[in-house]
Ligand binder design. Structure first.
Ligand code: IDP
Ligand code: MG
Length: 134
């Protein structure tokens, strides 16, 4: 499995509900390495760039206001197969369907507040890391 970097972000509800430590712990326990980590707001420009593929969808405006609504934790995470490993630890997009034991399954209830973001490919990761850590 190739060494990879991925971008992950604990979303405003995850930070607000006090899950930073638990989530970081899960990544580390899985053997992934936290390369960079920063608590702060997502700017409107970063939000639009990160979610460009969803522009025009019914949930887009809500998604942009949600992701800019409060502090997030921005992370660069590395390890063998880090992109897929991170997505597997996160669980399904909809917390209502995410398996127990996954981050979204354990800490989320609704699609509008699904706790965490993770890049969906190595190419997305490169693009997203540039957006958040220029
Ligand atoms: P992902 O985060 O698992 O990659 P995507 O389909 O790329 O899922 O959607 C990006 C984000 O947009 C989701 O994490 C979620 O916050 C939000 N989202 C996606 N679909 C919906 C929806 O139907 N209602 C509300 N929010 C949604
Ligand atoms: Mg996605």
């Amino acid at each position: 499995m190739a060494e990879e970097k991925t971008y992950s972000m604990i979303k405003p509800d995850g930070v607000r509900n006090g899950h930073i430590g638990e989530i970081v712990n899960r990544f580390e326990r899985a053997g992934l390495k936290i390369e960079r980590m920063e608590l702060g707001m997502v700017t409107m420009e970063q939000a639009k760039a990160n979610y460009a593929e969803h522009e025009g969808k019914p949930f887009y405006d809500g998604l942009i206001s949600y992701i800019t609504s409060g502090p997030v934790v921005k992370m660069v995470i590395s390890g063998a197969g880090a992109v897929a490993k991170c997505r597997s630890l996160m669980g399904a997009t909809n917390p209502a369907e995410a398996a127990p034991g996954t981050i979204r399954g354990d800490f989320g209830l609704i699609m509008d507040e699904n706790v965490i973001h993770g890049s969906d490919s190595v190419e997305s990761a490169e693009r997203e890391i540039k957006i958040f850590f220029n």
